[in-house]
Design a binder for this molecule. Structure first.
Ligand SMILES: NC(=O)c1ccc[n+]([C@@H]2O[C@H](COP(=O)([O-])OP(=O)(O)OC[C@H]3O[C@@H](n4cnc5c(N)ncnc54)[C@H](O)[C@@H]3O)[C@@H](O)[C@H]2O)c1
Length: 428
């Protein structure tokens, strides 16, 4: 096979697939990327990166000669033994994971004793066992299977790939697991080698725990608002306890993105399907939904009826440094505001293209000042660094109202108040 590093294939070139491909190319592997989206493959072949992820375009460019893009599986099967699967597993209407894309990949695999599927997509516990069963039923039991869940965070995905907190490999102790571990060896990360079901559960449990931490601090924030405590002080005082830790103790207007909402509900459904009622996750989901809507109540508290009111949304992506709009709090917020009769004008530095596909009735502004022009109130939805640089005296001159809701506790309340605004953060 030529190069010293094992060549690999990556099936699905979205956020996880493209980062995995670029990351392994950076480590020296030839990577054969496959996607059913012909437009995406054409863009990638031209060197045009379809998603916003810091450093990704540069990494793809630097390793261009090792990255091969195609809509066909055949070249991938020809050149690589390990086929990393990074197709989407979105929620179905019931909250279960939709495995149709994963199953399409499984169905497309030929009979082989030399290949392995390496599952990066987040799947319910039992999926690996089901795939292995289906291989056996179809006389393909020679096809190996490894669970290798991905923990990267959008916004720092490439860095996370190259500096993981841990690598989890769930397998049957055969050549495929060994080969995956060898691929990750240069990253020198702690390794958890375990069985397939446990690897699948590690991913779901990790995301459910992080989501629980967010809903927990959001509820503490809501109680702080009632009792006069400042949640930022509370979070700092809690987080310095090493058993708790400071991460994911930032109150806000709810978690979104392509992972937490769907993985929490997938774990809840998985438990339910197995006869166990996961009460804690039911609350985590409900708290999150209510948290997105609390902004509307804060606006009403100061503005009264929202009919005809002009509301500016600063930021739309579910967090900064990404253009991912999946399950973003801004989607619920803009819909709720419009349902209450408000006129919504919004600005996001990178997510507008994605937002236009999911948001309706919203006017998209060219920049933050354009968004707040004539607004009765402004809501900071995403903590984009450029909003920290806003000149609030100028904002005050451009807005017609004087209400700022800081959904991320991102800007300095004193500076905003000094410019004549009513400032409301979350939990203080
Ligand atoms: N986005 C994240 O931050 C993140 C982090 C960790 C894990 N995950 C998990 O990784 C998986 C992928 O997530 P994503 O955000 O990269 O999804 P995505 O929607 O960005 O990308 C999925 C890609 O798979 C392609 N695809 C679908 N069916 C295919 C098929 N049969 N053959 C080839 N390509 C196909 C799609 O065209 C798309 O390009 C999901 O299971 C997700 O839960 C995501």
């Amino acid at each position: 096979m030529g190069s010293a590093r094992e060549p690999i294939a990556v099936i699905g070139t979205g956020y996880v697939g493209l980062v995995t491909a670029a990351g392994f190319a950076e480590l020296g592997s030839e990577v054969w990327c496959v996607d059913i989206d012909a437009d995406k493959i054409a863009r990638l072949e031209r060197g045009d990166i379809p998603i916003y992820e810091p450093g990704l375009a540069e990494c793809v460019q630097a390793n261009r000669e090792r990255l091969h893009f195609s809509t066909e599986l055949a070249p991938a099967l020809e050149h690589a033994r390990l086929l990393f699967v990074a197709v989407g597993t979105p929620p179905t209407y019931s909250g279960d994971a939709d495995l149709s894309a994963v199953n399409a990949v499984v169905d497309a695999m030929p009979r082989s004793d030399e290949h392995a599927l390496v599952m990066k997509s987040t799947v319910p516990v039992g999926t690996g066992a089901a795939i292995k069963r289906s291989f056996t039923e179809r006389d393909k039991e020679g096809f190996a299977y490894v669970s290798c869940p991905e923990f990267l965070k959008e916004g720092s995905a490439l860095q996370d790939f190259l500096h993981p907190d841990r690598v989890v490999v769930g397998d049957d102790g055969d050549w495929a697991g060994d080969a995956v571990i060898e691929l990750y060896a240069p990253l020198d990360a702690p390794l958890v080698r375990t069985d397939v079901a446990s690897a699948e559960m590690i991913k779901l449990a990790a995301n459910a725990f992080l989501a629980t931490k967010i809903s927990f601090i959001n509820e503490i924030a809501n109680v702080c608002e009632e009792t006069g405590a400042d949640v930022l002080e509370v979070a700092r005082g809690m987080g310095l306890d090493q058993r708790i830790g400071t991460h994911f103790l930032k109150p806000g207007i709810g978690f979104g993105g392509s992972c937490f909402p769907k993985d929490v509900s997938a774990l809840k459904q998985l438990a339910g399907n197995s006869g166990y009622h996961f009460q804690l996750l039911t609350a985590v989901i409900e708290v999150n939904e209510l948290q997105k809507r609390r902004v509307v109540a804060k606006l009403q508290k100061h503005l009264g009826s929202l009919v005809g009111k002009r509301i500016a949304l600063l930021g739309l992506a579910f967090k900064s440094n990404t253009d991912d709009m999946r399950e973003a709090s801004s989607l619920v917020l803009s819909a709720r505001l419009q349902a209450d009769g408000a006129k919504v004008r919004a600005y996001d530095p990178v997510a507008e293209e994605q937002a236009r596909k999911l948001m309706f009735g919203v006017v998209f502004a060219d920049d933050a000042l354009d968004a707040i022009d004539g607004a009765d109130a402004c809501v900071i939805v995403t903590e984009w660094p450029e909003f920290a640089e806003l000149d609030w005296q100028e904002v005050a001159q451009r807005m017609s109202g004087h209400l700022v809701i800081d959904g991320r506790n991102f800007v300095d309340p004193d500076t905003v108040r000094a410019a004549g605004f009513i400032y409301e953060g979350i939990g203080r």
